[in-house]
Ligand binder design. Structure first.
Ligand code: UGA
Length: 439
């Protein structure tokens, strides 16, 4: 099958490469010619484990181009995988999607199925169909299908090749049959439904996961007050398979390009229809507060960051990605800098992106050891393996004051006590080996 994919971000590029892995011929279209040149040379413009290897392996079935007309004109299937960032009011910005839709309408010369992979508000697929049909240049049949994406950054290739499910939203059987053919070699159950339900499955899934995280974070905050341990609580809850043991990791809040945007977009959509999603609103509010949790905790140890040497471990919103979108560091670091902190930061892959925002204000280090040397306090924002596996005795040896504020519960409390650290994490007992007078 001849396939075109619009957009080479996480969704578009991973989709294109995985379709090529399953023997389809795929042209990935992007407006950025530098990115296109990189991909043509077998280099992935985004950091995603396994992607570059798979791209190189399937390079013969992959084409990368800025020439959208060529790519769309005789494609059997065109996937739309461009971004839908958040607007100021929380609604989804569909201008990139609509831009591609116009291009498709002006290019296609034979019958084709247009597949919307981008996360779009409920009802957008209908609008896309209307737009394409009203702008067609050639007399062809176009079918629009919703096929939301469930991949997570850092595991995107695995999540696509072995998806939890493939959701296909169609208004007539033909497009569903074509998509079943596209996915016939993928190892995943297929759910076929109407377009609006498919669009809703995507939002409801992401918002439910965000809700789960905000829920466990609220329980964690209460655990701290009453003296329970959130790790044990989550462990105990997770055995109930109606609850499940995943996405119960308490921490400094969810970030990334999806949960913050999709919770706000669904909330906005409900408001637009004079409806209120109270649970989603709560998830959003809890998350905003949670991002400041470590700063609030730090006030127990010092009133101000002025003149303090602060070590920051992890800059990205989660491990396995160089993506900084909605990362807790973007909320915390400005506060620390504003307050006069001297910050040294470490991240295995996120530094280049962070430098684009904070170039000179922060010292970037290549090792955790250099980052924590002479520090008065260390903040952990991302649970990279290098942080989790770090020799705890080094904090005591290298830091001026071994106070660790851990937003990702990287260490067990017994090891922390043995290493003689002052350690504050999320939803667990504070270990105050240094016996700082706590406010
Ligand atoms: C998320 C979903 O997991 C994917 O299924 C979905 O396809 C994707 O959004 C999307 O809509 O494109 P992603 O944003 O890449 O994927 O990352 P997640 O692994 O879900 O993590 C999101 C945030 O939640 C991270 O900041 C992570 O640290 C946080 N999180 C996750 C927790 O705080 N606790 C947990 O237990 C799990």
């Amino acid at each position: 099958m001849k396939i075109a994919v619009a957009g080479t971000g996480y969704v578009g590029l991973v989709t294109g490469v995985c379709l090529a892995e399953h023997k389809h011929f795929v042209t990935c279209v992007d407006i950025d010619d530098k990115k296109v040149a990189l991909m043509k040379a077998g280099i992935s413009p985004i950091y995603e484990p396994g992607l570059e290897e798979l791209l190189a392996k399937n390079i013969e079935r992959l084409n990368f181009s800025t020439e959208y007309k060529e790519a769309y004109k005789d494609a059997d299937v065109i996937f739309i995988g461009v971004g839908t960032p958040e607007k100021q009011d929380g609604s989804a910005n569909l201008s990139y999607v609509y831009g591609v839709v116009e291009q498709i309408a002006g290019s296609i010369e034979k019958d084709c199925v247009v597949v919307v992979k981008s996360t779009v508000p409920i009802g957008t697929n209908d609008k896309i169909e209307e737009m394409i049909k009203s702008r067609l240049v050639h007399d062809v049949n176009v079918y629009v299908a919703s096929n939301p994406e469930f991949l997570a950054q850092g595991t995107a290739v695995r999540d696509t090749l072995h998806a939890s499910r493939i959701v296909i939203g169609v208004e007539e059987p033909y497009a569903g049959e074509v998509l079943k053919e596209v996915y016939k070699d993928f190892d995943a159950p297929i759910v076929v439904t109407n377009r609006k339900s498919a669009e809703m499955i995507k939002y409801a899934s992401n918002d439910f996961l965000a809700l789960k995280i905000s829920f466990i974070n609220e329980i964690a905050n209460l655990c701290e007050i009453i003296g329970a341990d959130i790790e044990d609580v989550a462990h105990g809850m997770g055995y109930d398979n109606r609850i499940g043991n995943r996405f119960l990791n308490a921490g400094i809040g969810y970030g990334g390009s999806c949960f913050p945007k999709d919770t706000k977009a669904l909330h906005w959509l409900a408001n637009f229809h004079d409806n209120e999603l109270k649970t989603i609103k709560a998830a959003i509010d809890v998350n905003e507060n949670q991002k400041l949790k470590l700063i609030k905790k730090s006030r127990k140890y010092f009133d101000s960051f002025k003149g303090l040497n602060v070590a920051v471990l992890g800059l990205t919103f989660k491990p396995g990605t160089d993506d900084l979108r909605e990362a807790p560091t973007l909320v915390n670091i400005p506060i620390m800098l504003e307050d006069g902190a001297n910050i040294k930061a470490w991240d295995p892959v996120g530094v280049d992106n962070f430098k684009k925002i904070y170039h000179d204000e922060i010292t970037y280090c290549n090792t955790i050891e250099d980052t924590i040397k002479e520090a008065d306090v260390c903040f952990i924002f991302t649970e990279w393996d290098e942080v989790k596996e770090f020799d705890l005795t080094k904090y005591n040896r290298l830091m001026r004051k071994p106070i660790i504020l851990d937003g990702r519960n990287c260490y067990d409390l017994i090891s922390v006590k043995k290493a003689n650290l002052t350690y504050d994490s999320i939803g667990r007992e504070t270990v105050n080996s240094l016996e700082y007078s706590l406010a």
